[in-house]
Design a protein around this ligand. Structure first.
Ligand code: BDR
Ligand code: CA
Length: 312
């Protein structure tokens, strides 16, 4: 299996993404690093510990990362989407595990430098930790095999503002540093996540498979209402789980190499990802931007994996 790190801000869809990784034999989840984002860092870190415990993987180290974006404080978090504590109002049992004493960037660098095999990093929150890794441990960042980012939007508009997707908006300076780096990066943006809707029937399938499935369904319930109101869809948009699917099975999404620039200005389009349609040939910083998805297949992959995990 491919060694995997998840950098995350759980977050309802983050929790589902973590469970999907645990359920998938193609990857070996070696580390979870946490960031500020949907809720504050203390809460995302606690949630990561509890979700791993729920999945029977309290052995996976959790290292806490950035408390705030690189430059400008965030105007608001996403408690209105994910619930004040981040998991849709569901109180998961406490994990017996403690937080890893190392800062996230140190834990990441240690793992990347020690791994004999290329490591896949799935970044499904604001990109602050990854930008810090690039700045502080560039030699370790250079060893990332694939960086799969849930963030940005090529042509689908924004979700937190008219222009910007939440993770890019939450730390645009960090997103700009990551997208302009030479790390092999896949951008899984709203173009492919919004059409990929997990409906009631899928949720019902894993809910019936065992207690873990029922708990996951409960976490998703409040998010269903938000998805309905915000995106007008019947079901839930589990953005981060689609990014994990691409991390687990490379090539799930159809991508094209593009240069990506992030608006770091302070105007109304702050956090917008500008995807350059011109030929990027020869550009060492081109990002593989996800443009197309087989949504039915992606939803089936998620539902069957979660059902199998719940039945274990
Ligand atoms: C992203 O924003 C967060 O609220 C979700 O967890 C996901 O990572 C979607 O824009
Ligand atoms: Ca997230």
């Amino acid at each position: 299996p491919t060694p995997l790190v998840i950098d995350t801000d759980p977050g309802i869809d983050d929790a589902v993404a973590i469970l999907l990784a645990v359920a998938s034999p193609e990857v070996d989840l070696r580390l979870v690093t946490t960031t500020h984002g949907n809720v504050d860092l203390a809460q995302t870190t606690e949630n990561a510990l509890r979700v791993l415990h729920l999945a029977g993987r309290a052995d996976v180290p959790v290292a806490a990362g950035a408390r705030a974006p690189l430059v400008h404080p965030m105007a608001e978090r996403a408690g209105h989407v994910h619930g004040a504590a981040g998991l849709g109002g569901v109180e998961l049992p406490r994990s017996p595990a403690a937080v890893d004493p190392r800062p996230a960037v140190v834990a990441l660098a240690d793992l990347l430098l020690a791994s004999p095999r290329p490591v896949t990093v799935a970044a499904i929150g604001p990109l602050t930790n990854i930008a810090l890794l690039l700045a502080v441990h560039p030699e370790a960042a250079a060893r990332i095999g694939r960086l799969v980012v849930m963030g940005g939007s090529a042509g689908a508009g924004g979700n937190v503002t008219a222009a910007a997707e939440f993770n890019a908006w939450a730390d645009p300076e960090a997103a700009q540093a990551v997208f302009s780096s030479t790390v092999p990066t896949v951008m899984v943006g709203l173009d492919v996540t919004l059409p990929t809707v997990l409906g009631e029937s899928g949720v019902a399938r894993f809910a019936a498979a065992g207690p873990l499935g029922a708990t996951t369904a409960a976490i998703l319930r409040q998010y269903m209402d938000v998805s309905r109101r915000r995106y007008g869809v019947d079901g839930v948009v589990v953005h981060d789980a689609l990014a994990l699917t691409e991390a687990i099975v490379p090539g799930t999404l159809t991508t094209a190499p593009r240069d990506v620039v992030v608006d770091t200005g302070l105007g109304v389009t702050r956090g917008q990802t500008l995807v350059d349609r011109r030929d990027p040939s020869g550009s060492p910083t081109a990002v593989h931007v996800a443009e197309r998805v087989d949504s039915a297949a992606a939803v089936e992959f998620l539902v069957s994996r979660l059902a199998a995990l719940a039945a274990r």
